[in-house]
Design a protein around this ligand. Structure first.
Ligand code: FES
Length: 102
């Protein structure tokens, strides 16, 4: 079982509504995966997923089981997200409130 699991929204849509997939989330996942291999982190996972809800704050992601949500992510956030996955220390600068909590 994975110690931590990061889900990153890669949703795309043609309606013109904001979507994480058009804002670099696929590149972010690639960089995270590259760094996890480099760190030999075999007990954490990163998985692309569909819409998580807060589309206007995308790219959006969530780490389980911690329940920590992230928004406005860029590929430059990959090191901080990898740090969270490995050590459990969140990337405070990009944390957001869970959808529906405010
Ligand atoms: S499109 Fe990514 S949260 Fe909705």
């Amino acid at each position: 079982m994975a110690r931590r699991h990061l889900f990153v929204c890669t949703n795309a849509r043609s309606s013109g509504k904001p979507a994480c997939g058009a804002n670099g989330s696929t590149q972010l996942i690639g960089e995270i995966q590259r760094r996890l291999v480099e760190e030999k982190a075999s007990d954490v996972l990163v998985t692309p997923c569909g819409c998580l809800g807060p589309c206007f704050d995308g790219p959006t992601a969530v780490v389980y089981p911690d329940g920590v949500w992230y928004g406005t992510l860029t590929v430059e956030d990959a090191p901080g997200l990898v740090e969270h996955l490995i050590s459990g220390t969140p990337l405070d600068a990009k944390k957001t409130e869970p959808p529906g909590s405010s």
